[in-house]
Design a protein around this ligand. Sequence first.
Ligand SMILES: Cc1cc2nc3c(=O)[nH]c(=O)nc-3n(C[C@H](O)[C@H](O)[C@H](O)COP(=O)(O)OP(=O)(O)OC[C@H]3O[C@@H](n4cnc5c(N)ncnc54)[C@H](O)[C@@H]3O)c2cc1C
Length: 329
Amino acid sequence: MQIAIVGAGISGLTAARQLQSQGHSVTVYEKSAGVSGRMSTRMTEFGGFDHGAQYFTVASERFKKEVADWLKVGWVVAWESKLVSLDAGMMEPASCTGKPFVPVPGMDSLGQQLAHGLDVRTGQQVVALEKTDNQWRLSVKSEEAPNAASAGPFDAVILAIPPELATLLLEGHSAFYNKVKNVKLDPCWTLMLAFPTPLNLAYDGAWISHSKLAWISRDTSKPDHRAGERWVCHATPAWSKEHLEDDAERIKDKLAKAFHEATTTPVQQLHATAHRWRYAQATNPLPESCLWDAKEGLGVCGDWFAAGLDGVGRVENAFLSGLALAKEM
Ligand SMILES: Cc1cc2nc3c(=O)[nH]c(=O)nc-3n(C[C@H](O)[C@H](O)[C@H](O)COP(=O)(O)OP(=O)(O)OC[C@H]3O[C@@H](n4cnc5c(N)ncnc54)[C@H](O)[C@@H]3O)c2cc1C
């Protein structure tokens, strides 16, 4: 089969590798300049910031097996970190959710490794799907073709993108449109801070209570990350939602203040940037592993499927969902 996959995050790349290994011809379309989606690293003159996913954990036997392979080839390592909970200056050991792993040298390097050997077209945004004579054609926009060029034909299409974006492409095409339309991801405002000297804090990451911030982490404590003192801070979903359309400069000031309040560090940052994730994580993933409409030749996968796991959507859900869809096809 000729298969098009929209989205080169972990779910799309996992599905692509599995389908290609079964002998299918797979083309992956990715709107960003690089692969890996929300498992991302922002490069700056102060070094890289893992400003999306912070680390991943392993719950299922299937993911455990995959991560064991990634560890063997050195794509990922365990993050030996001290993680705590902070509440009004009080520090307690965190009731941790599992052993943390990180790709090296940055979060986006896992996607880059998974993309090797695949036909991935970056900088190509799929803006519409069209079905004629039982085959799919995609309308694809890029810097070179802002008026959308036609790509295809394909026998099947996989959407490995957040549900809000999948809904835009699914309208009029599939029985599961209404189901996808009702899934929402929470947003997240992220603050990236670089400091001139190491902060005298006795932890590498902290979950924070009673603050605008939910999480902070010393990015430079991750193995093989470049030298320096860089912190990534994530605002709570509720605060991010309330301030979603605010100006990034104002967000930066508010979250930097919250960082200093939570850590009580007197050291002033050299650099601060805010990034808005409009679609960050699903609090209520769909119970399935993926959705596949065999009649239409259309499927969706991503971290917004529970795929047998509890809790919010994360890297493991994305992997299991991409794999499940490829197997179901
Ligand atoms: C702030 C934040 C913190 C997080 N923290 C953690 C954590 O600590 N641990 C954890 O396990 N998970 C965490 N996550 C979640 C984790 O990043 C995701 O679960 C996982 O990366 C999702 O992978 P995915 O393939 O499903 O989707 P994505 O990574 O979103 O991939 C979708 C891709 O599709 C592309 N795309 C979208 N629309 C189109 C289009 N029309 N045409 C072409 N391309 C398109 C996007 O650019 C993107 O690259 C976090 C996420 C965020 C944002």
